[in-house]
Design a protein around this ligand. Structure first.
Ligand code: HT7
Ligand code: ZN
Length: 894
């Protein structure tokens, strides 16, 4: 396997300034004519031109219209003895879209043609300098059978179209914006579209289109509204206007990831476009809005300014995730709804990125090396990358960040640049900011992997009226980067407040200051250990409670040995909603950790905790969405990571048992409160996916799950009966899927007829059938029944590994259900390993993602640890493994 290193970057030998592509589309054999205008790079004279190509058949090479000699070296087409001035290069080749099961390059799906070129798919279409720093102007001609493929799309503007002989037709597209090949796209198929004309703030008219299969048009309204909102938001918040006359979104059901930001022609996984109240949940509606926003925002952060090389991936992905998170928060509106979104994002970060950062695939936000770049579209590059941008925004302030973005576009529009260039622009626009004076140290966030630990301790001096806060940091070792001694201290913005025991927010005045600076401020921890003294607290009779890392102001693990009383105070009074939620999770976590390590694994919930939960549930000032988050226990994966961090071998079955007992106790002890919550959070009126209504549905669904759980155990048919009725007559998918999940998770006898009914009702809705598989794969395990069900479902006539959404709905979801995957008899691992190998033979990207499931095998207790290692070794022993999956298992075993 070839290791690509960041430090080996060199500029290309040639530039490709323009490309004229012609496609004769045929599923079995598509002919591609590729005419390029090539210019030698004056800085690298005399170098041969090495064009990337993969899984394509070359038929002709002409330079300035003449045949030339060429050779094939390591999969590249090498041309020596080229003109020293700009020249025309014509290449003809063929490819086989219907055989393209990797879904990278040009492939067929549902009777149409689609492309996916990021990161290195363009080379599977034609020979090219397939690297992001080579940017060209594209003109594209598509020719295809007119009946089978009435719609022919590519990037930019339609400049001509018409009929050809033998029932074929053509369309010619021209994209005036120079772009790297990874942003090229084409679509041909029998599609319909919803369209909308808009006039942007800048006064320009644009045509927005969402293309789908004929039966799906009624599910496109939300995507269109999200797109319109995205255009308006980017203009209002960042002054960035749409630079295209036409902006298209196309949905495809076979797709390896979520969506792709091809210039003017975004291609989306159907999962992130299609949404109707009958088929999509509130979470789906939120995801559609976020992903439509994300891809649209890439038009500036990714397309207008792109990455110099793939090591800089977070330049566009981290920044664009930050932008889509901000967009979703702004769309949520109210401060409390914004906080809910932030909590959800942080939960996601901890569940996936923190776990990645603690395992064998830990890598910096700007990685140093890779074998398969597709393996580095990770939670670290995306979500931690977004946190790095968020910290910069915190350090320069909202207006300062906008100034920084303006300077970034002023300096680099139309260029392929690096993460350093971005950070420099934000700092240069804010010369006196906390970022600017520490820029080099701050950039450790790009270079050093691992989640920093921040230890906090405080001391109250009642006589002096002061509170002394000491923060210290340490960094764990990660692959290729030794811990503590080998790593520089991070620059950590710590947003905080101090709260009196009665809940009053205290004014914050540091020693040496003449007056307080509000009740919340940001301290910057930049050394291994630092101390701050807050003064003017002479009136206090008891120690204040610090509210640290408000809003999760940095991606760190905060080690603060808070007392139960302090956590109860924060839960009841903190002005920062994030930290209120955090206090609830710490209270639950302490009980879960104790139960998971106790003999018998049983949790016993004390009255103080139950009373606090009851208070939150009944508090009229709190939003339903927030209550649902507080009353949802930390996930089994999160508990496992906390144990691993303390050096305790992880026993997933014990954690599952502890969490389930705790859930049951919550269900029983708060029974009347759950009944109240259910009854008072019913929808009246039509479905709306806004934060208020979706929060009410989320809380009602949690209440129903609790009531069905408790009732099933006492053989009381009332609540299972109500849930079954809801599966039958719910007015929207959130309520229907919630009721079905309640029955399945409680193992109620009505679960089976409910599942059958659900399947029969939605058999023609692929995305709903995906839910049907996921819901069963994520069910609470008991006596191996869920695992047995998953194995049976893998044989179901509706199941296929070839469709990534369907494969993920069962297999990826199963691997995220710890008590199913980690079995003492190792059967979960064996099943997983077989599927990884099977998928790897036709779709390495998908297989490599599934192969990450046992990344944390070293943290497991026996017998899981040895059995997991054996399963990974079994995969690694397959000589025919793809480079993608090989990289994952090799790193895992290293
Ligand atoms: N930029 C897009 C990445 C992507 C992708 C990467 C590898 C293989 C398939 C892929 N499909 C899309 C998605 C995004 O972050 O917006
Ligand atoms: Zn992206």
């Amino acid at each position: 396997p070839v290791l690509v290193r960041r430090e080996d970057y060199t500029a290309p030998s040639h530039w490709i300034r323009s490309v004229d592509l012609s496609f004769d589309l045929d599923p079995a054999k598509t002919l591609v004519i590729n005419r390029m205008r090539v210019e030698p790079n004056a800085d690298r004279p005399g170098e041969p031109l090495r064009l990337d190509g993969e899984a394509i058949t070359l038929t002709r090479v002409l330079v300035n219209g003449e045949s030339v000699s060429f050779r094939n070296e390591g999969g590249q087409l090498v041309l020596d003895k080229l003109p020293t001035e700009a020249f025309d290069l014509e290449i003809r080749n063929t490819c086989a879209p219907e055989k393209n099961t990797e879904l990278s390059g040009l492939y067929t799906s549902g009777g149409g043609f689609f492309t996916q070129c990021e990161a290195q798919g363009f080379r599977r279409i034609t020979y090219f300098l397939d690297r992001p720093d080579v940017m060209a102007v594209f003109k594209v001609t598509l020719k295809a059978d007119a009946r089978a493929y009435p719609v022919l799309l590519s990037n930019g503007n339609l400049i001509d179209s018409g009929t050809l002989d033998k029932g074929r037709h053509f369309a010619e597209w021209s994209d005036p914006h120079p772009k790297p090949a990874y942003l090229f796209a084409l679509v041909a198929g029998n599609l319909v579209c919803r369209e909308q004309k808009i006039r942007s703030r800048s006064g320009r008219d644009h045509l927005l289109q969402v293309y789908v299969r004929a039966g799906d048009l009624d599910k496109t309204e939300h995507a269109m509204n999200s797109l319109i909102a995205s255009v308006a938001w980017d203009e209002a918040r960042f002054g960035l206007s749409l630079d295209l006359e036409r902006f298209m979104i196309v949905a495809v059901s076979d797709f390896n990831m979520g969506a792709m930001e091809n210039k003017g022609l975004n291609i989306f996984n159907t999962k992130f476009v299609l949404a109707s109240p009958a088929t999509a949940t509130d979470v789906d509606f939120g995801n559609v809005e976020a992903v439509v926003g994300h891809e649209y925002f890439h038009n500036w952060t990714g397309n207008r300014i792109t990455c110099r090389d793939w090591f800089q991936l977070s330049l566009k992905e981290g920044l664009t995730v930050y932008r889509d998170q901000e967009f979703s928060q702004d769309m949520a509106g109210e401060a409390s709804a914004r906080a809910v979104k932030r909590i959800e994002d942080v939960r996601q970060l901890r569940q996936f990125q923190f776990v990645e950062d603690a395992g064998p695939m830990a890598h910096p936000v700007r990685p140093d090396q890779y074998q398969a770049i597709d393996n580095f579209y990770t939670a670290t590059v995306y979500e931690k990358g977004a946190e790095v941008v968020r910290m910069m925004a915190t350090l320069v302030g909202r207006a300062g960040f906008r100034r920084g973005m303006d300077l970034y576009f002023q300096r680099h529009d139309g260029q392929a640049v690096t993460c350093d260039d971005f950070a420099q622009a934000i700092a240069d626009a804010n010369p006196d900011s906390a970022l600017s004076v520490r820029l080099e140290a701050f950039k450790c966030w790009y270079a050093q992997a691992g989640t920093p630990r921040v230890n906090a301790s405080g001391q109250f001096d009642a006589v002096a009226g002061s509170y002394t806060l000491t923060l210290s940091q340490r960094s764990p070792a990660t692959p290729g980067q030794p811990g503590q001694a080998g790593k520089q201290p991070f620059v950590i913005p710590m947003a905080l407040g101090l709260i009196a025991a009665d809940g009053v927010a205290l004014p914050l005045q540091l020693e040496g200051e003449t007056a307080p600076h509000g009740t919340e401020r940001v301290l910057v921890l930049e050394q291994t250990s630092q101390t701050w003294v807050f003064t003017g607290l002479g009136e206090l009779t008891a120690a204040p409670v610090p509210s640290l890392l408000r809003g999760f102001s940095a991606p760190v693990v905060l080690e603060w040995a808070a007392s139960e009383a302090e956590l109860f105070t924060l839960l009841a009074h903190d002005h920062d909603a994030f930290n209120r939620w955090e206090a609830s999770q710490k209270l639950a976590l302490a009980r879960l950790l104790a139960a998971a390590q106790a003999d018998g694994g049983a949790a016993h919930l004390d009255e103080a905790y139950l009373q606090a939960m009851r208070h939150v549930l009944r508090d009229e000032r709190l939003d339903a969405a927030f209550k649902e988050l507080v009353l949802t226990l930390p996930s089994e994966a999160y508990v496992a990571e906390r144990l691993a961090e303390q050096g305790v071998p992880v026993d997933p079955q014990r954690i599952h048992a502890a969490r389930e007992t705790m859930r049951l106790q919550l269900a029983q002890a708060l029974h009347d409160d759950w009944v109240w919550a259910w009854e008072t959070h019913q929808d009246n009126g039509g479905y709306r996916p806004d934060p208020l209504s979706s929060g009410r549905r989320a809380l009602a669904n949690l209440a129903l799950a609790m009531l069905v759980l408790a009732a099933t155990l006492r053989h009381d048919p009332l609540w299972p009966g109500r849930a079954y009725q809801r599966v039958k007559d719910a007015g929207n998918m959130t309520d229907r899927a919630g009721a079905l999940a309640a029955l399945v998770n409680a193992r109620a006898s009505l679960a089976e007829p409910a599942l059958e009914r659900f399947h029969a009702q939605f058999r023609d809705e692929a995305l709903v059938i995906d839910k049907w598989f996921s819901l069963q794969a994520s069910a609470s395990e008991s006596d191996g029944m869920v695992f047995a069900r998953i194995k049976a479902l893998a044989q179901h006539p509706d199941f296929t590994l070839k469709n990534p959404n369907r494969a993920r709905s069962l297999l990826m979801v199963m691997t995220q259900n710890p008590a199913v995957l980690h079995r003492a008899d190792a059967a979960g691992y064996v099943f997983w390993a077989d599927k990884v190998v099977e998928i790897d033979a036709f779709n390495p990207q998908l297989a490599a993602r599934l192969a990450r499931a046992l990344d944390r095998w070293r943290a497991l207790a026996e017998p899981y640890r040895s059995a997991a290692r054996e399963a990974i070794s079994r995969i690694a022993a397959k000589p025919e493994l793809s480079p993608d999956t090989r990289e994952i298992v090799t790193r895992s075993l290293a």
